[in-house]
Design a protein around this ligand. Sequence first.
Ligand code: ADP
Length: 450
Amino acid sequence: MFEKILIANRGEIALRVVRAAREMGIATVAVHSTADSDAMHVRMADESVCIGPPSGAQSYLSVPAIIAACEVTGAEAIHPGYGFLSENAGFVQVVEDHDLTFIGPTAEHIRIMGDKITAKDTMKKLGVPCVPGSDGGVATLEEAKRLGEDMGYPVIIKATAGGGGRGMKVAQNAGEMEKAFLTARAEGKSNFGNDEVYIEKYLTTPRHIEIQVFGDGKGRAVHLGERDCSLQRRHQKVFEEAPGPAISAEERAAIGKVCSDAVARINYTGAGTIEFLYENGEFYFIEMNTRLQVEHPVTEAIFGVDLVREQIRVASGMEMSFQQEDLTINGHSIEVRINAEKLPNFAPCPGRITQYHAPGGLGVRMDSALYDGYSIPPYYDSLIGKLIVHGRDRPEALARLNRALGELIVDGVDTTVPLFHALLQEEDVLTGNYNIHWLEHWLETNLGDG
Ligand code: ADP
């Protein structure tokens, strides 16, 4: 087992990794920008190294600075968290070249799954059901139009290098194709340096269902069921739950096995998430994330496992601590993402926290790096906390969420908390009757957000 690991991230996820490492008796090194000198992850880690100025590009994304921080502190392995360098195959290669261990999959797996066309092709060959669409990239507008006619509108044009909801455009009909095609290409080029796009049938009322998988890198893998992350704004998740209210035990077992078999066959290492759209009882693969997800705690809650601990174990060469038959679901869990954003338009709202009180009690987990007097810097993501509840069943989890939101105090900045209070009044949310468009419609109707 490692003696010391470095965490190449900030905020709640850096704290999350510090906590797992500490329970395992592993020392931690935090890295931080000059804007994060007073951040909680810096205070909680055993050591810290300043790696650059505020801008992410010059600090949390600076590969030389992070490798140098490992060398000066003697850290043997790097946990990347999510975002930043977590899905950067080039970084993983550099880490390995310096005889350090990346706590995550291989550079090759990240490369395969980071390119959406290659990912889809690989998954298709591994027997995973995919959204019908073009065979690989679509080079010209004429070809795109022909495919639109053949498949039938609506279709979605996606940048193969896209992510975070960027580089995707829907064409409802032939008249919208030219704009959608050119915009998706331009967004791919400007955000990800790659203008290749492909086309998929646009599903009109699907749910977003993702399967958590975990592999040991030696051909063994398990699945930990699904999360329903259908409540999204601009393709960004805001409310996640496990198990999915629309998924039966039989469906879970079947799609779970397809996913664990697929990752076992490619000798996948560590945590991964296979994302699907789910409509009329069918699953359609959209992408795989080769890292820990923001919403991993809902899976931890219902299975009673620590996924970060497991990532560290497997990266150090140990066996996984569970097998498929050890994994049984207990109750229901919901996570809401608390962002420093001002409604109705979700404008980022950095600033000083004048008062912070985290909710507690049975079945409540608050993953946050906030504290009284903390100043949220304007340079990074607006996620400031995740409130996760666990109950014996969905109604109990919902009641607990309502109660915990009532206890939470975040003063000094605007947050998305009022959104969740409002959503918990909605019959569709209470019954789990929603798809990926539900929240956008609700926001438009109730807040005029569009
Ligand atoms: P990203 O990598 O940017 O997150 P994804 O491929 O995971 O992109 O898609 C993000 C979201 O976009 C999905 O959760 C879903 O809401 C929507 N989406 C993607 N593909 C389709 C599709 N074929 N039909 C309908 N919606 C889609």
